[in-house]
Write a protein that binds this ligand. Structure first.
Ligand code: NDP
Length: 495
């Protein structure tokens, strides 16, 4: 088999917008370059879709919705198209994985084993939901029959970030498509390629023209969509700052429904009676270093009983030291590149701040020492210990392979207080052999998902989303995601 390098060189790179069932020339002349984080070289140039292209995509989505070519299919018909779509994703796994790796710097071993396969799993799961969603009959008096049914919202805009482009896009496409909506995806400017390819595969699977459109573009493209008067729903994943902007754009336009999945600063609380400190250390290391720490629910804060803190920090640091970044196109690489120079600099800025804020640094090679590919964006796993209470590095989302350590006195109340000392509430974990304590602390942590003696396990059957500044307006994944993309209709029949 040719190497990943040879296969990457031979790839056909999708760059044009996908509108109304085909790849088309953009109406704009403005372009932007996607710079590959692996080596800092330009991977491809894309049109920065403007208001004209956004209008075309919205018109295509609206036409497909209005004439019922998709929503009026029997649910089993939509299911068959999605099953075929999942099959094609599986057949094109390596190609999708390569596009994702070139865009984002993720290790090819991850994109082939996690990112691309999980798209197929998600599509298949929602395909199976399509013909198993029932409506309700309300418990009215005997002189009426009232039904409560779900209807698709219409034209959905999905604005997606660069950290898990394929996975997050699939979380939105699955429930939006099975319920009969049209969708316009705006991928992040760093990572449009795999999503553009996905749209072509959906068309090949039999998804009718106009039902799925993908617009490469910059922030302005997303802003056009968020403020568009003919978009019925906006599902957004990204930063809290941009989340606020899209919410304002909705308010200033047609009050489209908005679902926000935003940042996190998730705590892993470890008590002195944690059942297996080695297992905890491993879950803590992977929970923050995986995907170079660019994960919204990364376990970026370790809240640890001071009696075991030195031992646990040493174990996590040892694991981190063995996880130096490698070339994303080498099959054995476990950590790849950060997504962009900008993101790398942002994280390095936090490391400088950490020094100013008085944290110690038991782990963290200088960036110059970590350069598997010249010109790339690489950063070694870093642990910041003795983080002072209230320090910015302990409260703000760093979005890099950086763990902040907070020690507590061993009491449950203190652990919960520190765990909740953040505006975010996406995930959390508690490690203790005492089931009562684990349960109490799990209840005390204000977050959308809490893990007991584990971290970031789970599958498509459970919802993903957060409390507080981590977002609101519905959940991704699971049957609950269907709520994002449907309206409830009451039909009252007076007898
Ligand atoms: P953004 O939130 O800006 O990007 C997310 C998506 O929103 C992208 O598709 C982006 O497009 C789009 N977008 C940008 N501006 C607008 C706008 N005004 N209206 C509508 N859509 C818009 O994240 P960044 O890429 O700037 O990352 C910055 C920080 O955000 C990270 O360092 C990290 O802390 C956090 N982040 C959190 C994520 C999470 O999952 N929680 C995911 C990504 C980032 P474009 O890429 O073209 O600008």
């Amino acid at each position: 088999m040719p190497s990943w390098f040879d296969r990457a060189a031979a790839l056909d790179l999708p760059t044009r917008p996908f509108i109304d069932g085909r790849s088309v020339a953009a109406h704009t002349d403005t372009t932007f370059d996607s710079v590959g984080p692996r080596d800092g070289r330009v991977v491809a140039s894309f049109p920065a879709c403007g208001s004209d292209d956004v209008d075309r995509a919205v018109r295509a989505g609206r036409a497909a919705f209005d004439d019922g070519r998709w929503r009026d299919l029997a649910p089993a018909g939509r299911k068959h198209v999605l099953l075929r779509f999942a099959e094609l994703v599986e057949q094109h796994r390596d190609e999708l994985a390569l596009l994702e790796t070139l865009d984002t710097g993720k290790p090819i071993g991850d994109t082939t084993s996690v990112d691309a396969p999980s798209v197929a799993t998600t599509l298949r799961w929602y395909a199976e939901v399509a013909d198993k969603l029932y409506g309700e009959v309300a418990p009215t008096g005997p002189d009426a029959l009232a039904t409560i049914t779900r209807e698709p919202v219409g034209v959905v805009a999905a604005i997606v970030p660069w950290n898990y482009p394929l996975i997050i896009t699939a979380w939105k496409l699955g429930p939006a498509l099975i319920t009969g909506n049209s969708v316009i995806v705006k991928p992040a400017e760093q990572s449009p390629m795999a999503t553009l390819r996905l749209a072509a595969l959906a068309a090949e699977a039999g998804l009718p023209d106009g039902v799925l459109n993908v617009l490469p573009g910059e922030g302005a493209t997303g802003a056009w969509l968020a403020g568009h008067a003919d978009v019925d729903k906006l599902t957004f994943t990204g930063s809290t700052a941009t989340g606020r902007k899209v919410l304002e754009a909705s308010a200033a336009s047609n009050l489209k429904g908005v679902s926000l999945e935003l940042g996190g600063k998730s705590p892993q609380v470890v008590f002195a009676d944690a059942p297996d400190l080695d297992a905890a250390a491993e879950a803590i290391a992977w929970g923050i270093f995986y995907n170079q720490g660019q994960t919204c629910h990364a376990g970026s804060r370790l809240v640890v009983d001071e009696r075991i803190a030195d031992e646990l920090v040493a174990k996590v640091s040892e694991l981190g030291a063995g996880l130096l970044p490698g070339d994303p196109l080498e099959a054995g690489t476990q950590l790849g590149a950060m997504v962009s120079r900008e993101q790398l600099e942002r994280v390095v800025g936090y490391l400088e701040l950490a020094e100013a804020e008085g944290a110690t640094r038991p782990l963290g090679e200088p960036r110059e020492a970590v350069a598997p590919v010249a010109g790339g964006c690489y950063l070694a796993p870093t642990v910041l210990d003795h983080v002072p209470e209230g320090a910015r590095i302990g409260r703000e989302e760093i979005f890099g392979p950086v763990l902040s350590v907070h020690r507590f006195d061993g009491s449950e109340a203190e652990a919960v207080r520190i765990a909740n000392a953040t505006e975010y509430g996406l995930a959390g974990a508690v490690w203790s052999a005492d089931h009562g304590r684990a349960e109490r602390v799990a209840r005390g942590i204000r977050a959308g998902a809490v893990y007991i003696n584990s971290f970031d396990v789970g599958d498509i059957t459970v919802p993903h989303g957060g409390y507080g500044s981590s977002g609101f307006g519905g959940r991704d994944k699971s049957l609950h995601a269907v709520d994002q993309y449907t309206e409830l209709k009451t039909t009252w029949r007076q007898l």
